[in-house]
Design a protein around this ligand. Sequence first.
Ligand SMILES: [Zn+2]
Length: 191
Amino acid sequence: MPRPPDEICAECGKVIKRGIANLVGGRILCTPCKRKARREENERIAYESLKHVTQSFHSKIAGTSHEGRQSIVRYCNRGESLVLIRNPNNRFSRNAIAIYNLSGKNLGWVTEDSAETITPIIDAGGLAWATVTERTGGHGHKKHYGVNIEIFYIIEPPSDWIERQNAIIKSILEKRSGCLASILMLAFFRF
Ligand SMILES: [Zn+2]
């Protein structure tokens, strides 16, 4: 019985010992490359199946105790809708996303951790928004109010969702006075 010959991995070029090559999608791969290919395929399938689905995770608003925001934050209600406005020109963080209520008041920012997840999605044309899940503090040792939120996002939203979101953002920026609004507007709108 002749032994099968050594083969070359089509991905990394390594020589694969005879008899243990893997055939994946018509290509001969070594075992690490096969695992990587499987993992990438699973990620691609997950992305494809979820890109039109609204996903969410829990977070909180950062910066609620700065710039007089406590007087706004204390009136937050559970279930209240919040608008996330990307500010790519922020000088402290390139992932900066400001959080507004529908009256156009700034409540703070998306936390760094959460912004890392959301920013690439927004910058690639996705949508993100949030609702208040709980207002915290305001009594006992915790006099400062905080706001827990749920952040929702969709990677490839329907176009009418984008139009609606842009209309909301525009109205919020118009409620704000002066040049800051136009700076934000210029920074945000890509068209
Ligand atoms: Zn390989």
